[in-house]
Design a protein around this ligand. Structure first.
Ligand code: ADP
Ligand code: ZN
Ligand code: MG
Length: 485
């Protein structure tokens, strides 16, 4: 029975830090250049070339660490992690081992169970322990062309070799695939938010690996874990975890045994396949990097970085919920990226503090237009001030909500302000009760049967009459005035 089992997951995230140059040499980190254009003796691993630490990588690593609630260690050590692979010309990766850059993170995330369709239900806070965030260099890339065993060629591109990474490792704290999913999304947004990483999984500058095991409920010992790689999106990670949990339970219930191994997710077949049995740490023969001094960061440096951080997404979503009276789901959507959160707050101000209506107009109308146009909030053709002014016009009863939707679409297409469009189209809503009374009289005269039914107690017909009046006035009548007439 699935219910007798508990799922245990620990995550490792690799995020490329957004430096202009590599971590131990001056080569560019630009994406998409000619293969091997951005290389030098250091990142090619030529004998005698020495690494020099890029301080910008330390700054961005510190921003990432603080955004995730980690403690930055005053002294950390770079270490060589030895293994052979064609895209690793030195024969070792410079990483950190027993004295990492930062440790002991406590991070609150929001998480929710999902139904069959993947819809989130009740969002609840959950605390995750982050074991460490350390700095390291990336390897190059092997590029394969042609069919295996027919005309297969493999190429090596070392442009990525030496790109700075932050590796972020959690304790085995997750108990479901969706918690893991919510965590990775949280990390991704936090890193983008503080400018530490583009954290774009499609470009490969955020990669995650999931360690998964199951145990019988009540057991205190962990079961055998597998490590999942090649997870090209957060959703694939979630699916791969579900697949493994099921496989583990099936295997154990039928009396089988699991092996500790590394598996790859095949996104076409929706299943995992073995990659290799996992090395133990001693296989890497870690030792301190003799060509780099210990990395020392002062308390003053850490405090300067902390002071330079913007309000973080978690606290900002909480503040939005409290200050603006939004649900957590709405607040969380509006803090999906920093530009959107800024946009919302400027628009609220311009709307005359109409926080809820502004949230609704952004969530239901503006975000749809942005999505259709493939734009982010930072690139919205409607500036926040103009959106706020539109919300205000609707709130003041100058135009109806229905007209507002058309005006918003027009604003989006032309960049004009709401006031100009309303003027040009003669959309001003009629609040003049004399004029509305006249329309009401017409509507009543045209619908004697309904009027009789209404007088006879069929109150639901009230809505019918309001609708008829709106129609007769071509949507220009202010519904509030109609209702009260
Ligand atoms: P390894 O030596 O195999 O790299 P670590 O102890 O360094 O293992 O842990 C690597 C990751 O695996 C961490 O994120 C950790 O939380 C997670 N982890 C460790 N044991 C388990 C387990 N039994 N089930 C699930 N995840 C685990
Ligand atoms: Zn280089
Ligand atoms: Mg490990």
């Amino acid at each position: 029975m699935t219910n007798d089992w508990e799922t245990i997951i620990g995550l490792e995230v690799h995020a490329q830090l957004s430096t202009e140059s590599k971590i131990f040499c001056g080569c560019s980190t630009r994406f998409g250049d000619e293969p091997n254009a951005n290389t030098c003796p250091t990142c090619l691993g030529l004998p005698g070339a020495l690494p020099v630490l890029n301080w910008r990588a330390v700054e961005l690593g510190a921003r990432a660490a603080l955004a995730l609630g980690l403690h930055i260690n005053e002294r950390s050590i770079f270490a060589r992690k030895n293994y052979f692979y064609p895209d690793l010309p030195k024969g070792y990766q410079i990483s950190q081992y027993d004295q990492p850059f930062s440790t002991n993170g406590t991070l609150e995330i929001m998480t929710a169970d999902r139904d069959e369709a993947g819809h989130a239900h009740e969002w609840k806070p959950m605390t995750i322990q982050i074991t460490r965030l350390h700095l390291e260099e990336d390897a190059g890339k092997n590029v394969h062309e042609g069919l295996p065993d027919v005309d297969r060629f493999s190429y090596i591109d070392l442009n990525r070799a030496g790109t700075p990474l932050a590796e972020i490792v959690t304790e085995p704290d997750f108990r479901s695939s969706w918690q893991a999913y919510d965590y990775v999304n949280h990390v991704r947004r936090a890193l983008q938010w503080v400018g530490a990483s583009d954290a774009d999984m499609e470009k490969g500058n955020l990669r995650c690996e999931a360690n998964v095991s199951v145990r019988r409920k009540g057991d205190t010992k962990f079961g055998t874990k597998v490590e999942l790689k090649n997870l090209n999106s957060v959703r694939f990670m979630q699916k791969a975890i579900e697949f493994e949990v099921e496989r583990h339970i099936k295997t154990l219930e039928s009396g089988g045994q699991l092996v500790q191994e590394t598996l790859l997710w095949d996104e076409r077949l929706n299943e995992t396949r073995p990659m290799r049995s996992k090395e133990e740490a001693h296989d890497y023969r870690y030792f301190p990097e003799p060509d780099l001094p210990p990395l020392i960061v002062t308390n003053q440096f850490v405090e300067e970085v902390r002071a330079s951080l913007p309000e973080l997404p978690g606290p900002r979503a909480k503040r939005f919920a409290e200050q603006y009276g939004l649900s957590y789901a709405d607040a969380s959507q509006l803090t999906g990226d920093r530009a959107l959160a800024d946009y919302y707050e400027s628009a609220v101000e311009a709307s005359g503090s109409n926080a809820r209506a502004t949230a609704n107009w952004i969530r239901s109308e503006l975000l749809r237009e942005l999505e259709n146009a493939g734009l982010s909030a930072g690139k919205s053709p409607i500036p926040a001030m103009k959106l706020g002014a539109l919300v205000r016009m609707i709130d003041d009863g100058k135009i109806s909500g229905k007209q507002g939707k058309d005006v918003l679409v027009e604003m989006f297409a032309t960049g004009k302000s709401a006031a100009v469009i309303v003027e040009e189209k003669g959309l001003i809503q009629v609040s003049d009760t004399g004029e509305i009374d006249r329309v009401i009289d017409e509507v009543i005269a045209a619908n004697p049967n309904q009027l009789e039914a209404y007088r006879g107690g069929k109150e639901a017909l009230f809505g019918f009459f309001v609708g008829q009046v709106m129609k007769a006035s071509k949507g220009k009548a202010n519904p509030k005035v109609v209702m009260s007439a």
